[in-house]
Design a protein. Structure first.
Length: 272
């Protein structure tokens, strides 16, 4: 059943571990989620999202529809497939997902803070399923010691803000999501020409060279690589906006970022 489930989901990088392998970062939240039910096993897996799409002003992970929508569907199917299934966790998780994936041997720890898988590179989301007990035919793994990447330093050198070497510097990805920006931060965004996320440290990573494209249909469909004010207005009017990874931050942040990038491309006539 376990292999059939993941094969039908087109997920080929997964591992079962004992719950004790989890690094719990928010116990109160985890308790609320579990509601007193015992959790003895977890399955951690990679959700690759890379497709051969054009480079745009949106980060690659946001080209398809919001992966939370995909994950909700997957959890519903897991509920039907596994009697011991409790719930699924992705993103705002009360356990440290990357550390669990490292312990499962699903990749190495990159200097850019991302998990690097030998096949899909760093273009993966991490999902976790919780079980009251190990599914009958599942094999328990690890936990294995976490391993580091080769440490070539290409990501450190390419980072436009040097935030990977100086923790006081901001990450562009976080800036594109910030409600308020200082003048200095606005300048950084203008130069980047990005309106959501940043992939620079991933683009230069040698592990990502030839990273396999996702086999999961959800991430190959309804792709939007770039937005303009006009196309953003269209998204909002049609309701498609609500299905996008950036919707949670509100449209004003996206419009502001677009304005900054447009201003950066428009010559300042006052200076003549
Ligand atoms: S996402 Fe961009 S700004 Fe952030 S660490 Fe990577 S290269 Fe630097
Ligand atoms: S670019 Fe080099 S140092 Fe950075 S994550 Fe990739 S392998 Fe590691």
């Amino acid at each position: 059943m376990t292999e059939e489930f993941f094969t039908s989901e087109r997920i080929d990088r997964y591992a079962f571990l004992p719950f004790t392998a989890c690094e719990v970062t928010d116990k109160a939240r985890l308790d609320r989620i579990l509601q007193g039910k015992p959790c003895r096993a977890v399955c951690v897996f990679l959700i690759p999202y890379r497709v051969e799409s054009a480079k745009g002003n949106l980060s690659r992970y946001a080209h398809a529809r919001d992966y939370h929508l995909y994950f909700e569907g997957l959890c519903e199917r897991a509920q039907g497939a596994f009697p011991a299934f409790l719930t699924g966790l992705a993103d705002r998780s009360p356990i440290h997902e990357r550390s669990l994936a490292l312990k499962a041997g699903l990749g190495v720890r990159g200097k850019n803070g991302l998990l690097l898988n030998e096949t899909y590179g760093s273009f993966c989301f991490i999902g976790v399923l919780l079980f009251s007990e190990l599914p009958q035919d599942a094999v328990l793994r690890g936990p294995l010691p976490a391993r580091d990447c080769v440490g070539c330093g290409a990501c450190l050198a390419a980072c436009p803000t040097q935030c990977l070497t100086d923790p006081k510097k901001p990450c562009l990805s976080a800036l594109t999501q910030a409600k308020r920006l200082t003048e200095e931060e606005e300048e950084l965004l203008k130069r980047s020409e990005l309106i959501w996320g940043c992939d620079r440290c991933q683009e230069v990573c040698p592990v990502n060279r030839g990273a396999r494209q996702t086999p999961i249909p959800f991430f190959k469909e309804d792709l939007i690589e770039s937005l303009t004010e006009e196309s953003l207005n269209d998204l909002i009017e049609t309701g498609e906006w609500a299905r996008r990874a950036y919707a949670w931050r509100g449209k004003d942040v996206l419009f502001r970022n677009l304005k900054l990038c447009t201003r950066a491309r428009t010559p300042d006539t006052d200076q003549t």
